[in-house]
Design a protein around this ligand. Structure first.
Ligand code: AHG
Ligand code: MN
Ligand code: MN
Length: 310
């Protein structure tokens, strides 16, 4: 048997072969290690409330807190991270090793869509990585980003300047390369509307109406990670979470939800806008900053922007 054919590329091997800087590679790899523990906790652990709430006043699930602790510890373990922002922490966390030069800062959502776990729908971990000691930067300064999707299979997707690549967790607990240089087509066939229709502003209403008239299929799971993953891997489409009459800044957070996904979708040839400006160019000045989002295939993002710039 020709072993060469059957040798699967592991995550660390791919990071090294892709020339990813050692510190950045170790952060991506360690989030991969953390995700195996999160994966295990989710499939075996407590799905109930932790009895605490986060910065947004949202009840924290035990899983939100467990996932946050696991990822925070692994990031600290790398010895390369100086500051983190987490959806589950109310302030920027500084790691003791402040005197270490050449550190990184990380913004992450340990478990996005966590309220979907108890109905057995897919959820994810989302991570943005910056060089240096400041995690509150415009998304265009990211040096890497990744997500882990806990679905029927557990997959890890990362980008660090040289393409977007997917790895699948095998039954030996290894992440093996399953897709390399993922590309978002210029135009797709699916859309995710976001929000509640009665609260739509006229511009968003017009965008959704246009997509429906053009025969796009509605795909909306309530989980940002699986919904974006579907657009990336099904080759295109448009995910939206709009400004509404009740939430003028939309729902999704810039530091650890929109910026990392905008980085990955952009690296794969797609686009991400708030309806007027590229997501990656928005000033990031607050941990809990939200923005409307139109992200996916370039043609659909341009079509949406047209309605906001009339
Ligand atoms: P989180 O669970 O981290 O708060 O994020 C959930 C987000 C995102 O996953 C999804 O796209 C969006 O909430 C769905 O919001 P609605 O339930 O309002 O549709
Ligand atoms: Mn989230
Ligand atoms: Mn979350």
């Amino acid at each position: 048997m020709n072993m060469k054919k059957h040798v699967k590329r592991g995550l660390w091997n791919h990071l090294m072969k892709s020339g990813v800087e050692m510190g950045l590679a170790s952060i991506i790899y360690e989030v991969g290690v953390a995700s195996k523990y999160v994966n295990h906790a989710m499939r075996t652990g407590d799905l109930g409330l932790a009895g605490t709430s986060n910065l947004y006043g949202e009840d924290q699930l035990a899983l939100d807190v467990v996932a946050d602790e696991i990822i925070k510890d692994r990031l600290d373990h790398t010895g390369r991270v100086s500051r983190i922002i987490s959806e589950e922490q109310s302030e920027i966390i500084i790691f003791e090793r402040q005197n270490r030069s050449g550190g990184y800062s990380v913004c992450y959502d340990p478990l996005d869509g966590s309220s979907l776990v108890d109905v057995n729908l897919s959820v994810g971990t989302i991570v943005a990585i910056y060089a240096g000691d400041d995690p509150l930067l415009s998304g265009c300064h990211q040096v890497g980003a990744m997500y882990v999707l806990y679905g029927p299979r557990t997959t890890l997707v990362y980008g660090a300047g040289n393409g977007v690549h997917e790895f699948t967790l095998n039954n030996l607990g290894e992440y093996v390369l399953t897709k390399e240089f993922i590309k978002v087509k210029e135009s797709g066939r699916i859309f995710s509307p976001g929000g509640i229709r009665r609260d739509y502003l006229p511009e968003h209403e017009a965008v959704v109406k246009k997509l429906e008239e053009d025969g796009y299929k509605l795909r909306y799971s309530g989980g940002f990670v699986p919904d974006i993953n579907q657009i990336l891997l099904k080759g295109g489409g448009l995910f939206m979470y709009p400004a509404t009459t009740t939430a003028p800044q939309g729902k999704l957070r810039l530091p650890f939800e929109l910026n990392p996904m905008a980085y990955l979708v952009g690296l794969a040839g797609g686009a991400a806008s708030d309806g007027r400006r590229p997501i990656l160019e928005l000033d990031c000045y607050d941990l809990d900053q939200r923005s409307p989002v139109y992200i996916g295939s370039r043609e659909e993002v341009e079509m949406a922007k047209h309605y906001f710039n009339k």
